[in-house]
Write a protein of this length. Sequence first.
Length: 230
Amino acid sequence: MSGTVSSDPGRTLRAERAHATRELILTAAERLFAEHGVLAVSNRQVSEAAGQGNNTAVGYHFGTKADLVRAIMRRHAAPIEEIRRRRVAEIGDSADLRDWVSCLVRPVTEHLAALGSPTWFARFAAQVMTDPSLRPIIAEEALSSPSLVRIVEGLNRCLPDLPPETRLERAEMARQLLVHLVAHRERALAEGAPTLRASWHDTANGLIDALVGLWLAPVTSPAPPEEEQP
């Protein structure tokens, strides 16, 4: 007898079915969360939209709603991270701020373009970003991205004279602009409304221009405190 372990067709089939069910649930949840908000959508609604007769399917496959949100984020994180890695490798140790801003923006827009239309990920991410209980999930995923850490380091090297508190403030501004601008375009595409730019590539161009201007904007020194009146 050889030491080869025979495969179990039944187990393989069950695993394939479970994977297919998970994918259906992820797709349905992403769409519903994007269109209605995470807290407004129940597990029952997600199960029904995914074509699952069992209303406990979401809990069985993913656990809590936060776990489901995290699974959706990770579903997109892998292809976005791959684009980031490639772009970071291409620019090396560039001292050009625009190169690093491009590495921040284009992986997201390239991923959305590759998905075709309609997409829901940008609106889903915007919903999660504005929910205080779920926003830490985005921070956790960002910290787990080696390429994103390198981008932040590259941005900081290009802005040595920017005060630390201003750098943090503008990083938050940049994050908000990136998340909500792409969500705005995605919503317009889904609704058949006019868009300001003809493509995701052109949208990235405009966003990169704006973010470079944001990072390089002059810094107003804080006004001295007013003297107390007698």
